[in-house]
Ligand binder design. Structure first.
Ligand code: NAD
Length: 418
């Protein structure tokens, strides 16, 4: 019986070429893959992965398979699947259930198919797979050694589950590794969100007034890249310290409602809901562009936008034009889903190299720790984080100084002062 659901298997050759291209930018994952091929640390381990089906994820999945794992993959967002990659993975012997543009019903059907693999390990990006298991397939937890979570929003959901006493197996918060969020969230989202908006609209950034909602790891990256292209960046925040940081980094900081009167492009990346809401749409200028780069499509209140609009039409492949009753037109990109994946290719491979090296090494760690971890959200072991950083630096041919014996002694002492 067919154990996959992809758009078109004949896209496989194109997918394979693109996977290989991304692989050239992923030297750390390559090293892990070579070692996994020899040592087979994941022999017989069943993995259900719910990740964006991209060229980078393909390189990770192939490394896990070479390590002996039986991997199945579904999408962590209905719009992020690269159909050619899905086809190539099926050819490679990794069942994929994901089709770009699938509706919510099919999205969850694919998650359930991945769960029916009876995983020993779950890999998630946003915690939809884990929450489905916890809500409707609890019995499967008996087999589960543990899981990993890729993104900020997923980690928040899992911590809430743990706090409520609902989490039933251990999960490692890959997002919280320094070699993940310092780079993936900041430089990856920074570049790819701008890329997605550019591909969707072909706007010139220079001179444009751009609002970034949320000055966390992703927001910092997006603001910096938009500014680098000549945009005038406004930041909105709800916490004083990131707001202060944004002000001292040289951006204007103000209430979103005020920014609506002057800005032309709005990018949310908060992990929060209804950040851009009805009252904001009512103030925006004709032609305003709205994009989200946070995990879920809840940051822009699309239902409110729909209710304000007298008509809606698709004007470009990732652009929906909403005409409000007073004639103003607002442009929603990528249906409010993470724009870097909906309208572009997601993060560049070089940065996913670190995120996915953490993933692969954490899976190896979880199998070694089988039965020893409690149901809780764990950090990535420091040793893994440091190792990934060291390997990445080496792959970039960068060497750094080391402490002398005298410096080590000084840094470990307290007696010496003025
Ligand atoms: N697009 C991608 O590929 C990608 C990559 C990594 C993370 N993410 C997602 O992006 C989102 C942000 O991640 P992060 O790592 O930057 O999180 P973060 O916690 O570092 O930053 C979020 C910021 O948003 C602020 N915020 C919350 N509600 C707000 C509101 N109503 N208005 C203004 N600011 C508000 C918070 O104060 C915080 O500073 C998450 O959903 C995460 O999962 C997306």
């Amino acid at each position: 019986m067919k154990n996959y659901d992809v758009k078109d298997l004949s896209l496989s050759r194109e997918g394979r070429l693109r996977i290989n291209w991304a692989g050239k930018e992923m030297p750390v994952v390559k090293l892990i893959r070579q070692r996994f091929g020899k040592e087979r640390p994941l022999a017989g381990v069943r993995i259900s992965a719910c990740l964006h089906v991209t060229t980078e994820t393909a390189n990770l999945a192939m490394a896990l398979k070479e390590g002996g794992a039986q991997v199945v993959l579904c999408a962590s967002n209905p719009l992020s699947t690269q159909d050619d990659v899905a086809a190539a993975l099926v050819d490679y012997g990794i069942p994929v259930n994901a089709v770009k543009g699938e509706d919510n019903k099919i999205y969850y059907k694919h998650i359930i198919t991945a769960l029916k693999h009876k995983p020993h390990i779950t890999m998630d990006d946003g915690a939809d797979l884990v929450s489905t298991l916890h809500k409707d397939y609890k019995k499967l937890a008996a087999n589960v050694i543990g899981g990993t979570e890729e993104t900020t929003t997923g980690v928040i959901r899992l911590r809430n589950m743990a706090r409520a006493g609902k989490l039933i197996y251990p999960i490692i918060a890959v997002n919280d590794a320094q070699t993940k969020h310092f780079f993936d969230n900041k430089y990856g989202t920074g570049q790819s969100a701008i890329d997605g908006i550019t591909r969707a609209t072909n706007i010139l950034w220079a001179g444009r007034k751009v609002v970034v909602c949320g000055y966390g790891w992703c927001g910092k990256g997006i603001a910096k890249r938009a500014q680098g292209l000549g945009a005038q960046v406004i930041v909105t925040e709800v916490r004083p310290i990131p707001a202060l940081e944004a002000a001292m980094d040289g951006y204007q900081v103000m209430h979103l409602i005020r920014a609506c009167e002057i800005a032309e492009v709005f990018i949310t990346t908060t992990g929060d809901m209804n950040v851009i809401d009805r009252r904001h749409f009512l103030k925006m200028k004709d032609g305003a562009i709205l994009a989200n780069s946070g995990h879920f499509n809840v940051e822009i209140n699309i239902a409110a936008l729909e209710s304000l609009a007298k008509s809606k039409k698709r004007t470009r492949s990732s652009v929906d034009e909403y005409t409000l009753r007073d004639g103003r037109r607002l442009y929603l990109l990528g249906e409010g889903r993470l724009i870097n994946l909906a309208a572009a290719e997601g993060h560049p491979a070089s940065v996913m190299d670190m995120s996915f090296a953490n993933q692969a090494l954490c899976l190896e760690y979880l199998t070694k720790m089988k039965g020893k971890l409690k149901p809780a959200v764990y950090p990535v072991p420091e040793e893994i984080d440091q190792r990934v950083g060291g390997l990445k630096l080496a792959s970039m041919n960068i060497t750094i100084d080391s402490l002398t014996r005298e410096q080590k002694k000084y840094l470990a002492s307290w007696e010496e002062g003025t």
